[in-house]
Design a protein. Structure first.
Length: 239
């Protein structure tokens, strides 16, 4: 039975929802993030705010939340000519992939997370990759994750489980999952404190949170929130 997990935690909506589920599911949970020279580096600050708020407002989870780790992956930014690591406009490439795709990113993230989990004696790697509502990234696919799970388990001679709570749900359902896990307080925490915007905009506030509102990440988050909100039951009118 799995009792401990390491959550790949960027401080965005998806990884925060995954962290909440891990805290609901496992007895000991640690978090890891990566500084790879991303343009939206403000997410590294946002994630600390999220951790603080989770501990403050969810006492049922606070005692399970262990150490947080930040790994320096500057080398990834050095070899990546993408709109997430360079000041260039977002666009589709001739390959059919968006130029927000950072080749090898999730593969490297999982490899280093597994090495850390090995040292920390953590059994499960939790990541917010998704095949249902994603941007076409090949390293978010279920087949890729299954292959990585096998490779990491064989290469480290330790049976790792890679848990992907969001793999088969869309962004609206991710909002709904957060509500199911932590009620409206968790939804409000995600809106106010998580960061998704690729441009690092923490000035413009929308119903779904902060962001430029036009980058691919903001558009996906906004559309998902609108669909989620439309599904909520109407509040009961007062007699």
């Amino acid at each position: 039975m799995h009792t401990s997990a390491l959550v790949l935690f960027s401080g965005g909506q998806d990884s925060t929802t995954c962290l909440a589920q891990a805290l609901h599911k496992y007895e000991r949970v640690e978090t890891v993030a990566f500084d790879y020279g991303q343009r939206h580096i403000v997410e590294l600050e946002a994630r600390l705010n999220v951790l603080r708020e989770l501990k403050a407002h969810f006492p049922q989870w606070a005692h399970k939340l262990g150490d947080d780790h930040l790994l320096d992956l500057a080398v990834l930014g050095q070899v990546s000519e993408t709109s997430l690591t360079r000041d260039v406009a977002f666009k589709m490439e001739t390959s059919g992939l968006p130029n927000t795709f950072v080749p090898g990113r999730n593969l490297l993230f999982l490899t280093l997370a597994a090495a850390l989990a090995y040292r920390r004696d953590l059994q499960v790697l939790v990541t917010g990759v998704c095949e249902t509502d994603f941007s076409g990234y090949p390293d978010c696919r279920d087949d890729t994750i299954k292959a990585m799970q096998l490779a990491l388990s064989l290469g480290m001679d330790k049976r790792f489980l890679i848990d992907t709570p969001l793999m088969w749900i869309d962004k609206a359902s991710t909002w709904a999952l957060a509500r199911a896990l932590g009620g409206q307080p968790l939804v409000e925490l995600i809106v106010e404190h998580t960061h998704t915007c690729y441009l690092g905009d923490r000035v413009h506030r929308h119903a779904w949170g902060y962001g430029c509102g036009t980058c691919p990440a903001c558009e996906l988050r906004s559309r998902g929130f609108q669909r989620y909100a439309a599904r909520l039951p109407e509040p009961m009118s007062k007699p």
